[in-house]
Unconditional design. Sequence first.
Length: 257
Amino acid sequence: MLAIITIGIPPEIHLGPLTIAWHGLTIALGIIAGGWAAAFWLRERGLPTEPVTTLGILLTVGALVGSRLFYLAEHDPAGIVDPGTLVGTNGYTFDGGMILASVLVAGYVWRTGLSTRYLDAIAAGLPLGVAIGRIGDVINGEHYGERSTFLLAVRNSHPDALTPDPRFAYQSGGLYEVLLALLILAVAWPLRHHFRQPMRLAWFVLGLFAIGRFFEFFLRGDSPDLALGLSNTQWTSLVLLAICIAGARFIRPKDTT
């Protein structure tokens, strides 16, 4: 048990009549931190930061709605048309959120005529936001896999945690997501000045997430197998990686400011 991580924090904070879920709190903090990083990136380039608020709202809505719909499509398709199931506090898939959020943010940038630099700004802040936002998953015991004594296995000892048995440690998909996001942040943030063409940084960051999640799900077991020994998430990651590579290749060499 010395080789694992033990967390005894309750999933909710009770302050008198007020109840705050760690999941919601860390997501809110992640949005703020990611928005701050995006605004910092824009200020470095002398671009207005005002659109970050609207882009952050669209990203948040897209992430929540898309991740819930994707999760239900993967685990309970009938729940998509069931209002009682559609709205839930647990059961979200990162890929669905990233896809819908990307569509909403890119659509807004295109419709309003904003520079595509704003997509790079959002990408610059995304890893930090994900790393902080996923901490709530670790505390709650969400996205757990098989029982494990691996160094990064997590035992959520609080009886209200979502893992099956507080006596045992499980592979923690939430922790893997935090570590992946921190790794991408450590790679992408120092390189942010090297991506002079618009959209290069955005495709780079999204591609790193796709690669990382493909390999991450060899350790996780919370995505159903689809074909050839790979899970739904891994196949989705391969498709997203192909889109990122294609998008990067078709960037036109103009506006390198």
